[in-house]
Ligand binder design. Sequence first.
Ligand code: DON
Length: 569
Amino acid sequence: MGGSFGGRFTSWAALAALIVFAVGASAVWPREPVRASRGMVVSVSPPATEVGLAALQRGGSAVDAAVAVAFALAVTFPEAGNIGGGGFMVVRPGDGIEPVVIDYREVAPQAAARELFATLDSRLGHKAVGVPGTVRGLAAAHRRFGRLPWKDVVQPAVEIAERGLILDAGLAGALNRLVGQSAAFPEFCRVYGKDGGQAAWAAGDRLTQPDLARTLRQIAEQGPDAFYRGEIADLIVAEMQRGSGLIAKEDLAAYAAQVKPPLRGTFRGYEILCPPPATGGTVLVEMLNILENFDLQAQGRWAPETVHLIIEAMRLAYFDRACYLADPQFVPVPEFLVGKAYARRLAQSIDRKRAGNSAALAGSRQIKLADEGTHTTHFSVIDKSGMAVANTYTLEYSYGSRVVVQGGGFLLNNEMGDFNWKPGRTDRSGTIGTPPNLIEPGKRMLSSQTPTIVTKDGRVVLITGSPGGRTIINTVLNVVLNVAEFQMDAASAVDAPRFHHQWLPDRVVFERRVGEDHPELMEKLKALGHTIGKPSGSQGDAHTIWVDPQTGERHGAADLRRQGSAMGY
Ligand code: DON
C-alpha cells in the first residue's frame, strides 16, 4: 500500500513542468504506479482513498469501496465530492455478469421553465439546483453489487465529518478564497469558514462538519429515503423556499437513479464501456471510431499528422454533440453517431493537409455551447475478483451553487447550468439555444462526464475518467489512446500532456508542456490552418487504474495535475 506520486518522462522539460504543477501534492521522483495484486483505489483525496482501501480489505466489493469513497469525498473534497449533486458510475462486475451504468444525473424540477435562465446572469444560487441524484445512485449501485452492509460503507464518512478533517494548504487556501467571495451565501461561510469566515484557515487546521455528520448518519441508518423522503428532504425543501428555489418535496420523492447497459464501443480489439447518451460516452466512442481509420502509432504520438487527425476527430464529434445529444428519454439520439460506417465517412471527410472549419461545419445552424464549470471528480476502483468501477460525479461548479442546506451541512449543485440556457439565442461567442438540451421538467441535463472501463479479451485493462467540463471527453480520449494506440503504461498514459478542441471556439488548447517539448509541432499545426489557444496549465485529473494483461497486477496512477493518491493491497 502507498501513495502514488512521481513519474516516468521522456524529457527533462516534461519533468520540470511536472514538478511545477505537482508542488503541493508531495511529488516524489521517479514516478512509478502503485502496484498491488488484489484491490486498488485511486481518488483525488488521500483520506477518501484510504476509506475505499479499508472497505476492500474488509472483504467489500469494488462497489462497496466506491460508495464509501463517494461518501467520504463529500466530506474531504467539498468542491466536487457530494451528496447534493449527481454523476455516473460504470460497473463491470466480472464473473460473466453484464456491466451496467448507474445514471444518477440530476434532473430539472417540475417547476423549471425553459426560460429559467434567460434573464439570470449568475449560475449560483437556489434556482440553479437540479434534483440531486448521488444518494439514490450510490444506493442503487450498492443494492446490486454491495457485499458489506450499507451502514458500514457510509459510516467512515460520518466519522471524518465528526472527527474533523486536517486541512492541507490547498484546501485551506481554497476555502479561504471561496468564503471571501461568498458573502451572499452566509450558510456557506458558516459551514466552510474558520470561525464562520471571521478567520483564515491554515494548513494543519481541523475542519469539523457536525451538520453533515448528522445528515450522513441518517443516510447510514435509514438509507436513501432519509434524503429523498425524510428529514433531509424537509431541510432541502425549506432551503429552497428560503431562496426561491424550485425543488419541491415531490421532486425529491420522484427521483430515481437509472440502471442501464453501458454504451459499448470498440477500438483496435479493445472494448470501451462508458455511459450512454447525454454524457461524454457517445462523443468518446465517435472519436475513437474516426481515429481507428488511421495508423496513428506509425505516425508517432506528437507528429503533426497525428495531432491534426485527433483535433479533427474532436471537432467533428463535438459538433455532433451540440447537434444531437440530450436526455434520450426526451430527445431521440441517433444511433448512427456511434456506428463504424458513419465514422468512416467522417474520417474520409478529413483533409489531411488542412484544418477543418468549425463555423462552416455548423452551416446554417451556427451553434455555440454555453460555458461549463471545471470542477468534478473521478475515481477508479478494482477489487480482488476483478470487479471494476469508474465513477465521475459533480456539483457542476466548484462548490456547486454555493447553497448549503441549512441544518444539513451539505452543498447543492448548480447543474441546471448544463442545460442550454437561452432558447433560440445562438451565436459564435454566446450561448447555445438549440432545442435538444433545453430545460424540461424531469429531464436530465447534457453532461460531459465520461467514466470509462476498457477491456481486452474479456478482462479489464483500464479504468479512467476525469473532471474538466467539456474537456473531460478529450482527457479520457487522450488517456485511452495513450494506452490502446500508443502502448503506454499507466503512469505515462496519465502523465502525458493533453489537448482539447471542442468544435467552437475553433481553437486547440494544449497543456503548456506540449509547446515546450514540441515547439515545431505548434508551427506545423498553424501552417495547416489550426488556431492555437493560450496553453492551459493542466487539463483534467484522471485518476486511473491499469491492469497488466499478463500478470493481472493492478497499477494505480493518481493524476499529479492536482493531488490524489492510489492505494492498493
Ligand atoms: O456534467 C458535466 O459535464 C459538467 N457539469 C461537469 C462539470 C465539470 O466537470 C467540472 N469539472 N471539473
